[in-house]
Write a protein that binds this ligand. Structure first.
Ligand SMILES: Cc1ncc(COP(=O)(O)O)c(C=O)c1O
Length: 402
């Protein structure tokens, strides 16, 4: 196995310490962990399922798999998900980390992933002993020229909306990815866990209802794959849309043959979602109103932070969907982090981390998501209104030379 990358978050500790010394306390916008309550409808379903004396089904209950298919039809514009091709997972991080292994990837195989990405795609390739290959073409408008020579590619990850950039891949782009992958016998896994948080329709008016079904296209969307799910897997999580990160509630859906392969190993390995959580997932998937409420909350926080940042000269790129702002500052090439900073903590992103830490605001350096992210920082929208307002006040004060 290629050695695993060092867990990078420890390197933020000195900045966290500095930010925490702010008189009004730390505003931690460095991680995307939900802070709002789990909806009552979800908690009630969990509580009602507390008597769980028997083993749960690794495949998920038929009711859960039907609920996922119905959700795809209602919310994602995908009318033809086969419940046989649905499988619950213990959160989606687990699946992302183990998918290459479960698909039989190993030494000599390539797992392609975006060059600025959630780090677990890379980890998953390494756990399998396969080689991670960063692909800029996965997010560029073109047809991924560099990938065409990669005969060893086993699996290709796309992530839309992207963590950290918030970029959404359109139908044309995804269709090209699917056509390419089919030509080369490559499996496409599409991580879509921020799909419900599309901000493109309310960049001027915050607080609108749910986005239109399919506004963020799924890899399983008939406009993307012509209604043929062969070789395709969509990965989704209820952590963000339903504040269920602590439940570990997610699923993968798509090609029933591929899902069958995953299921077989997962049964042997005991990788199953507890039955009360499966019941809570059914309740969450049937209820759109809590997702709409959550979307309004995040939309308001996003609007406030965005204006506060832009008013003092930061530039926000992409960020048209998802739970993060992808921030840079023009003309700021300083190799910040300070004289005493280790070499790994030098670059424009660390300079931005440092200046925000002085305001008591902690953000994540873009280089945590790949070297191509080194001019940006990622700011999460997952903080309480009170903490978001504190950040906004500090930024305004900073703008006035305070
Ligand atoms: C792109 C992406 N995929 C997957 C996950 C994992 O989510 P979970 O394991 O909570 O389902 C995250 C979490 O932040 C993420 O940003």
């Amino acid at each position: 196995m290629d050695s695993l990358p060092q867990f990078p978050w420890d390197s933020l500790a000195p900045y966290k310490e500095r930010a925490s010394s702010h008189v009004e306390g730390l505003v931690d916008l460095s991680v995307g962990t939900p802070v709002d309550p789990t909806p009552d409808v979800v908690r009630a379903a969990l509580a009602a399922a507390a008597d769980a004396h028997g083993y749960p089904q690794t495949w998920g209950t038929p009711a859960l798999r039907e609920a996922v298919a119905a959700w795809f039809a209602r919310r994602r514009g995908v009318p033809d998900v086969n419940p046989d091709g649905v499988l619950p997972t213990v959160g989606s991080k687990e699946l992302v980390a183990w998918l290459p292994t479960l698909l039989g990837a190993g030494p000599g195989d390539v797992v392609a992933l975006p060059d600025i990405a959630y780090p677990t795609y890379d980890v998953g390739a390494r756990l399998a002993g396969a080689s991670p290959r960063l692909m800029h073409g996965l997010t560029a408008a073109g047809p991924m020229p560099a990938v065409t020579s990669m005969t060893a590619t086993k699996l290709l990850w796309v992530n839309s909306p992207s963590n950290p950039t918030g970029q959404v891949l359109g139908i044309e782009h995804l269709a090209k990815v699917v056509r390419w992958a089919r030509r080369h016998g490559v499996i496409v896994a599409s991580d879509e866990c921020y799909a419900e948080f599309d901000w493109r329709s309310d960049d001027t008016a915050v607080g609108s209802e749910l986005s239109a079904p399919g506004a963020v296209p799924s890899i399983l969307d008939p406009r993307v794959c012509d209604g043929n799910h062969e070789g395709l897997l969509a990965v989704y999580s209820l952590s963000k849309q339903s504040n269920m990160a602590g439940y570990r509630a997610a699923f993968v859906a798509g090609d029933p043959a591929l899902v069958g392969r995953l299921l077989e190993i997962r049964k042997h390995a005991g990788m199953m979602v507890p039955w009360p959580v499966q019941q809570a997932m059914v309740a969450a998937l049937a209820d759109d109103s809590h997702v709409a409420r959550q979307r309004v909350r995040y939309g308001a926080r996003r609007g406030l932070l965005r204006s506060a940042l832009e008013n003092v000269g930061y530039r926000i790129e992409h960020s048209e969907a998802g739970l993060y702002l992808w921030i840079t500052r023009d003309g700021r090439d300083a190799d910040g982090g300070g004289d005493a900073a280790p070499a790994t903590q030098v670059g424009p992103d660390w300079s931005l981390v440092s200046e925000m830490a002085d305001l008591g605001i902690l953000v994540a350096p873009g280089s945590f998501y790949g070297a191509a992210g080194r001019r940006h920082v990622r700011m999460a929208l997952t903080a309480t209104d009170e903490r978001i307002n504190a950040a906004v006040r500090r930024l305004a004060h900073y703008g006035h030379g305070g």
